[in-house]
Design a protein around this ligand. Structure first.
Ligand code: E4P
Length: 300
């Protein structure tokens, strides 16, 4: 599995690249904002992005800001032309760039992806929240597809009635195994109070309610979303690579690796979390205490 760093913060990018584990990077307008804010707004954007590209030893995703197909294609060409001399530019295109419910822009992302593919400009279809969107992105010719695992976990927890920042924090692991056990137990309780043929139970409101709140149209968690997309792409041999995005903790990284995702794009703090364990720390302290002088002298 490749690891991309999910940040636009050059200090973080430089440090993570020095660890020898970074294969690429992903940015988005919010990550760019965070990096600019950290420097007090003091950023010459063109120079800054150039430095990111020169630092990262692989593809760097840069996102367009237009929301119509023509505008996205123009911006993608500009990003590709301007920054390709400094590194491997991948253009991030929202899978559906609509900003309202009218639906008029629903397919502009796919149109842009198709045009860019024909021009040889690699794309990363972003803001993917369903396997259906991922399937369409692959068909349109996206080089990468980015399902947002953490945001789907947030969404399901919200449907269950949990509040971000109150009942759970952004980095908390979403334990779907536990949710599933709770759903089964609750379902058993509900079922015990019901009688009637299967057809009636199937459409029973209480039964449906127990199931519906702990998933998003059959998607049980962010990792489940990633796993299903990986499976669909492998079923049909799509070349589009899956980037597990919106990753919030180390355990999620392990789980997307277990389902065989091509790439995980990770915030700096998640990479740091991956290397730590209290027993490793304890072991290091013990080994250091136990060094006998004759062994230490070997290294003098
Ligand atoms: C990367 O491609 C995404 O833009 C990023 O992972 C989103 O992460 P977030 O949901 O934590 O903002």
């Amino acid at each position: 599995m490749k690891i991309f760093i999910d940040t636009a913060d050059l200090d973080e990018i430089r440090e993570a690249c020095s660890w020898g584990i970074v294969d690429g990077a992903t940015t988005n307008p919010s990550l760019i904002k965070r990096a600019v804010d950290k420097r007090g707004g003091n950023v010459t954007m063109e120079k800054y992005i150039r430095e990111i590209l020169e630092t990262v030893p692989g593809p760097v995703s840069l996102e367009v800001i237009a929301t119509d197909a023509e505008g996205m294609v123009e911006q993608a060409r500009l990003l590709h032309r301007k920054f390709s001399p400094y590194g491997e530019v991948v253009v991030k295109i929202p899978v559906n760039p609509s900003l309202d419910e009218s639906g008029t822009r629903d397919f502009d992302g796919l149109k842009a992806i198709q045009t860019l593919k024909n021009e040889g400009i690699p794309t990363n279809a972003t803001l993917i929240m369903t396997p259906e969107q991922a399937l369409l992105a692959a068909k349109a010719g996206a080089s990468y597809a980015s399902p947002f695992a953490g945001r789907i976990d947030d969404y399901i927890r919200k449907r269950m009635g949990l509040r971000l920042g109150v009942d759970f924090q952004k980095g908390d692991y979403f334990d779907y195994g536990l949710v599933n056990a709770l759903v089964r137990a609750r379902l058993k309780d509900v079922m015990e109070s019901k009688t009637g043929p299967l057809s009636e139970l199937y459409s029973e409101r209480d039964v449906r309610e127990v199931l519906a709140k702990a998933q998003d149209n059959g998607i049980c968690s962010g990792v489940d979303l990633v796993a299903r997309i990986v499976r669909i792409y492998r079923n049909y041999g799509y070349k589009t690579q899956v980037i597990a995005a919106s990753i919030r903790n180390a355990r999620q990284v392990r789980e997307v690796a277990e389902v065989g995702v091509d790439i995980a794009t990770l915030p700096f703090n998640v990479i740091r979390e991956m290397i730590r364990h209290p027993k490793t720390l304890e072991g290091m302290r013990r080994f250091t205490e136990d060094i006998v002088p004759s062994y230490r002298r070997l290294f003098k």
